[in-house]
Structures are given as C-alpha cells and as structure tokens.
Design a protein around this ligand. Structure first.
Ligand SMILES: [Zn+2]
Length: 301
C-alpha cells in the first residue's frame, strides 16, 4: 500500500512504503527535517496505510472505520504529544508522557495498530525523555512511536539510538507555490510566501502579509542607519532577544528570522553590489549565531 496525501518527500515515502509492504516497520522512528515539510502528515499517512481495512487497495480507502475516524481526528489509536506552543521554553511534560505510556500497556482499542506521534521531540525535558526511554526500546506489540525533530542533536542520544531515522528535506519552491495556490492563495502572494518559507509549506502558510510588511519596514530602518546593517549590532541583538527563552535560545526560530531577512533583502533591497555583501553577512551571521552556545554567551553584546 502507498502512503497518501504527502507533498514531495519522495525518499521518505519510498523508504516507509517499502518497510510497510515488507512487514519490516520499526517500532520507533525519528523523522528528521525542518518544520512544515510534512513530517506529521507522513506519520498520519503511515498510520492510515497500516490500518486501512481495504488492505488490498493501492492507497488507503478513506471511508473504512479506521480511515474515517483518522480523517475526522477522532481515531482512538492515533495519539499525538506536542509542546503547548512553539516557544523555546515550551516543554512536553513528564505527566503527559507517562499517561501515554500507560495507554500503551493496553492493546490498541480499535483492533489495528496504534501510533504515538511525538511532535517536536526537542521539547522533551530530561525527565520526560527518561520516562519515554524504556518504552521506546521495546514498545508493546502493535505500537509504533514516531518522534519528529529538526536535528537529532535536539534530543538525548539514547533516544536517537533507539529509533530508525527517516530524513525529510525542504520542498521545492515550485511545489510550495502550487500547494499555496491550491489552497486559494493569490498567485503573486504565493510566490512571495513560498520564497520566504524556505522550502517549508507550513511556514509559508503561516506567513501573513502584514507581518512581512512589518519586517520589511524594520529592515528599511536598519538599512537607513549610519554604517548600514553590516555594522549595526542593534539589529542582531534585537533578533537574538526575540528568540531568547528562559533556558535556551530558539535556534530554529532565529534561523527562520535570519532566513526571512536575507530573503527580504534579496527580494526587496535595491542597493546594487551591496546585495552580495549583505548576503554574505547574513550567511556569516547565521553560522555564528547557530553555533552551539553562541547566543548564550552574548556573542553580539
Ligand atoms: Zn480505509
């Protein structure tokens, strides 16, 4: 059976379909890739293909009891754990993990397979991670756990080593444009959003015109300052401060902001050769800021 409803991600789908059809699915997967490129959608598609009652069909039927309840979001054996928000400080709490692990001690309620999808597993704190470890090593039969992360370094190595890895890649811009237009976005806005989304359909969908306009205004202010943004440390400090949580810097959020600004600059600024210097500046800034510990040690202060 094929996995349905995922945009792009040919390699990931090929790997999972092959494992599913050969009866070689792992009991725990690590879906690695940027946000908004289809990791959770793929988990859902895999669950449908694992459970659809029309097992001889090429793709999940969409109408049997399993498919129907999954599509309505009411399937009792498709369990999702996620941090309450995207903020760097948000955590997946140990009580939530323990409760789900208790559920796993019962056979799947609908008689098929159960999936536990842990979205943005980088938000598991050390206690939550430890609560998950034992089950992850050997879940009871008919359970599959899927953890999504942007980078395996976001979670404990002991969790990584217990999962089979599947890689997800940024989507082609043309694919994102096509999807946005399908969702009713005006074609001109679709191109801009796709470019700003850096290969993430989710990110492109989240971007709103007002926010883009606001960021553009902010960029213009910094461009107008004496010396320009190349030596304007205030801008870097401003960006870091926006992504500083109580415990750590939201590196992905910071990277997205830097990408957005680089993209805005590329698309909108018109200062001739300066553009090349600016792009170099942004890529250097991105590398420096995302080095482990960089922001935490006041790199820009
Ligand atoms: Zn079905």
């Amino acid at each position: 059976m094929r996995l349905e409803g995922v945009v792009g991600q040919r390699h990931a789908l090929r790997q999972l379909s092959a494992e599913l059809n050969a009866g070689r699915l792992a009991h725990a997967y690590l879906f690695v890739g940027p946000k908004g490129v289809g990791r959770s959608t793929t988990a859902k598609a895999l669950f449908a293909a694992m459970n659809c009652r029309e097992s001889a069909a090429e793709t999940p039927c969409g109408v049997c009891g399993h498919c129907h309840r999954l599509n309505k979001g009411t399937h009792e054996d498709f369990i999702t754990l996620a941090p309450p928000t995207d903020a760097a400080s948000a955590q997946i709490k140990v009580e939530e993990v323990r409760e789900v692990m208790r559920t796993l001690s019962f056979a799947p309620f609908a008689g098929g397979k159960r999936m536990v999808l842990i979205k943005n597993a980088g938000h598991l704190n050390p206690t939550s991670s430890n609560a998950l470890l034992k089950t992850l090593e050997e879940p009871p039969p008919n359970n599959v756990l899927v953890l999504t992360v942007q980078d395996p370094k976001d979670i404990l190595p002991t969790l990584v080593s217990r999962c089979r890895r599947v890689n997800f890649t940024p989507l082609d811009t043309s694919l994102v444009v096509e999807q946005l237009i399908n969702k009713g976005v005006d074609p001109q806005a679709a191109s801009l959003k796709a470019a700003m989304g850096s290969g993430s359909l989710g990110r492109a969908l989240e971007l709103d015109q007002e926010q883009l306009r606001g960021e553009l205004e902010r960029l213009k202010v910094h461009l107008g300052k004496a010396g320009g943004p190349l030596i304007d440390a205030g801008l870097a400090e401003e960006l870091v401060a926006e992504h500083r949580g109580p415990q750590r810097i939201d590196r992905q959020g910071l990277a997205e902001s830097l990408d957005l600004w680089a993209q805005l600059y590329r698309d909108q600024a018109v200062i001739g050769r300066g553009q090349i210097r600016m792009r170099r500046f942004w890529s250097q800034a991105r590398r420096a800021l995302l080095k482990p510990g960089a922001g935490d040690h006041g790199l820009w202060v």
